[in-house]
Design a protein around this ligand. Sequence first.
Ligand SMILES: Nc1nc2c(ncn2[C@@H]2O[C@H](COP(=O)(O)OP(=O)(O)OP(=O)(O)O)[C@@H](O)[C@H]2O)c(=O)[nH]1
Ligand SMILES: [Mg+2]
Ligand SMILES: [Zn+2]
Length: 292
Amino acid sequence: MKEGRIIKGIGGFYYVDDSINIYECKARGILRKNNETPMVGDKVHFSILNQEEKLGMVEEILQRKNELIRPPVVNVDQAVVVFAITQPEPNLSLLNRFLVLAEGQMLDIIICFNKIDLQQQKDYMWMVDIYEKAGYKVLLATKENSDGIEKLKRALCGKVSVFAGPSGVGKSTLLNQVQSNIHLQTGGLSTKNERGKHTTRHVELIPLNQRGWVVDTPGFSSLKIDFTEEAELQYCFPELRSLAGNCRFSSCLHENEPSCSVKKAVEDNLIAKERYESYLQLLEEIRSNRRY
Ligand SMILES: Nc1nc2c(ncn2[C@@H]2O[C@H](COP(=O)(O)OP(=O)(O)OP(=O)(O)O)[C@@H](O)[C@H]2O)c(=O)[nH]1
Ligand SMILES: [Mg+2]
Ligand SMILES: [Zn+2]
């Protein structure tokens, strides 16, 4: 029996990469009977039915580390959250949502600000500061800047990374730069028709030469946070997480409670106001979700 990873699933066939070949596999009936549906990203044991034609059978799904719903991929290590510094104008409250969702899945996170050819450094460094202060790794890139692309390549090495971010920020363009045999469609699709076409596209892991896989995703313009407990949210903000336990009340949600270490840190400018405001906004959203 061999071990491999499912990189694509289409119409009941699973494409399993054993890092030398890609096998077209069906899933053993017992898996279906046990309600175990193979997912893109799954590590599996498979048997070879025909070596010449690269046909096989998925026999067993190995334990999953995590499961993303959007995109539907499992065993993801890292999220690369791509935002353009302009065109489209960055919406930081949306960026914070992307980050919260990735944190909730325990992913490593890289923020990539793209299109830095379109502005002077002084016009976008304030954003970089906000996220570096929060503790994130921030990369700056353009489709032409090889230094940014090199850093990105290094960060992708050996991991399964999902590229996420709004439409038109340059996710597919960046991936095309990372490796010359990746030919993703680019161009910032805008009409309804084209967007429909885009979202039905199959999710797949794209193998990297330098080990690792990447997943491109279509841009989302809104994201729903589906937490049920307000108290969970603070753990999805690294700069709040590191202060947890320093407030007077152990149940502190850092809103209006007295002797709150988070509010103090915001006053002292150690936590960015923009981030804290997103936190409060999301807290309110979790509450109102629960009301319905
Ligand atoms: N000026 C500039 N334009 C860029 C850069 N990167 C991408 N673009 C342009 O931005 C547009 C959108 O790029 P895409 O790569 O299609 O964006 P995307 O994030 O994949 O968009 P969706 O697939 O719709 O989510 C294209 O016209 C690119 O040529 C960059 O670094 N600088
Ligand atoms: Mg794209
Ligand atoms: Zn507090």
